[in-house]
Design a binder for this molecule. Structure first.
Ligand SMILES: Cc1cc2nc3c(=O)[nH]c(=O)nc-3n(C[C@H](O)[C@H](O)[C@H](O)COP(=O)(O)O)c2cc1C
Length: 187
């Protein structure tokens, strides 16, 4: 069964997306393991001069190695100004410059949570577009947009208390396991 690395697009401690990410193992099909990706919080802004003088920051290689070693990647990310949070975009930009770029051929699934009504739908399309350029294999459906997340997640315990949301997540993880198997990953 597949081992999955999960990337949270939010850096804040009380992040709803982090709560969703932390809950994923509860909804995963039997045998699927999900662990958090190494942190990208301290990465400098991408600058080719850094890459060409000091080389890639160690955290870039650590993140890329975790992605390469995984059978799939799940993003749980907020939407910032209808697009990706800058820190997440920056982390993807850094790893994308590595030889043996880690997203190439990698199964990817996307989830987003927002207190707003649309649940981060627009960040998902920008992230999908980036994954096209990086030649990842992004799962189309089922989509997971958690709108109005403040009412669906208990911010004291981090638990998802909305049944429909729990069901969508479980269905996506089930579909993702099949998608990975279809593309030659572990069953
Ligand atoms: C810079 C910034 C831009 C935001 N833009 C959007 C947006 O475009 N769409 C949206 O649904 N929420 C937007 N929000 C609200 C976030 O969805 C909300 O802060 C959410 O809790 C962030 O995710 P997190 O809880 O995982 O940190 C924005 C928040 C910030 C800080």
């Amino acid at each position: 069964m597949p081992n999955i690395v999960a990337i949270c697009g939010s850096l804040r401690k009380g992040s709803y997306n982090r709560m969703v990410m932390n809950q994923l193992p509860r909804f995963a099909p039997a045998g699927m393991t999900i662990k958090e990706a190494p942190s990208f919080a301290e990465l400098p802004h991408y600058n080719a001069d850094i890459q060409n003088s000091a080389g890639f920051p160690a955290a870039v290689n650590t993140l890329a190695d975790a992605i390469r070693a995984a059978d799939g990647v799940i993003f749980c990310t907020p939407e910032y100004n209808f697009s990706l949070p800058g820190a997440l975009k920056n982390a993807i930009d850094w790893v994308s410059r590595l030889p043996n770029q880690p997203f190439a051929g990698k199964p990817v699934a996307i989830q987003s949570a927002s207190p707003g009504p649309v649940g981060g739908a627009r960040v998902q399309y920008d992230l999908r577009r980036m994954m096209v350029f990086l030649d990842a294999l992004t799962l189309n459906k089922p989509e997971v947009f958690i709108g109005g997340c403040a009412a669906k997640i208990d911010d004291k315990t981090g638990e998802i208390k909305d049944e429909a949301t729990s069901k969508f997540i479980a269905q996506q993880l089930e579909a993702f396991a099949k998608f990975i198997a279809l593309h030659g990953g572990k069953v």
